[in-house]
Design a protein around this ligand. Sequence first.
Ligand code: HEM
Length: 348
Amino acid sequence: MRLVQKLAQECSNGFKQVELRSKFSEMTFNTIMRMVSGKRYYGDDCDVTDVEEARKFRELIKELVALAGANNPGDFISVLRWFDFDGLESKLKRISKRTDSFLQGLIDEHRSGKGKHDTMIDHLLTQQQSHPEYYTDQIIKGLILVMLLAGTDTSSVTLEWTMSNLLNHPKIIKRARKEIDMQIGEDRLIDEPDISKLNYIQNIVYETFRLHPAAPLLVPHLSSEDCTLEGYKVPKDTIVLVNAWAIHRDPNVWGDDSMEFKPERFEKEGEANKLLTFGIGRRACPGANLAQRTVNLVLGLLIQCFEWERTTHEEIGMDEGKGLTVSRKIPLEAMCKVRDTFTTKTII
Ligand code: HEM
């Protein structure tokens, strides 16, 4: 909601150029950290009174995200590990110490009763009292870290890809807005319970999940036994990568228009079941539900409250960056303006 309010303030007097990547990223970090510790670390209205704590957190995250996406040549040529080629290992050790002490600080704050209540840390500390052998501080720190690494960039990258595609397809924005105006009206903003009524918005998100899965190779899996997959023998302890990106563009699976952005394809019953965006099985993404709610709601609000245009007449390029989570190569910029039927006051 703060993202939408800020955009409304920036773009209340006609079209204004906005950079979206940093906005989506700050929104997802604030959402996850609010759940975890009750704090927002980004924005002028961040509720961390200690400015130094907020600065430290933002710096840590910047380095963690950069290192999480780094390629390590030592993983492929083991001899390079003897020399810590390009210093990745020492950088990781340094950052892991700083991260550990930051997260321990958060846990201690909640343990002493100073932090906000009803957060993930509070609930885990309650579990620690009844099962101290399992819910150790180490486990709690690991859970916070995985929420931050797996639950932030993935959702913000998806939102950025969705908006990139929509800017190239104004007709799709129009149809989505029509659905919102019919189902919700113009007197109030979309809220979470409305999501299930907005089928076309859902299909836009599915189509983005298909063409731009945030983790295109999922997460590496290791075979625990010798097995055979579709006739291929996979020995025990083999690292298996699933190329969801390629499967999602395969014309044999999706038809001849598999490379086109067409949310309508998901009007066909059962199509969404073919998506592998969140993996499948026991190790599938446990945050899939939260991610879909967040992306659907934010997208719905962006279409409901604002008009969107490209910054130039040229189509938005779809070049991809590198990393475990694949974002656009160039951060997305767009022209944005509060819709005539909405006043900044309705939004704020
Ligand atoms: C659009 C957003 C997201 C995408 C595309 C995504 C995708 C994925 C994928 C592909 C995996 C690996 C599945 C596999 O290899 O089989 C995964 C694992 C995981 N995700 Fe997500 N995810 C998203 C959002 C989230 C959120 C919001 C959270 C939590 C707040 C989350 C937490 C996790 C965790 C903890 C794992 C590891 C599960 C395990 O190893 O058992 N993810 N996610």
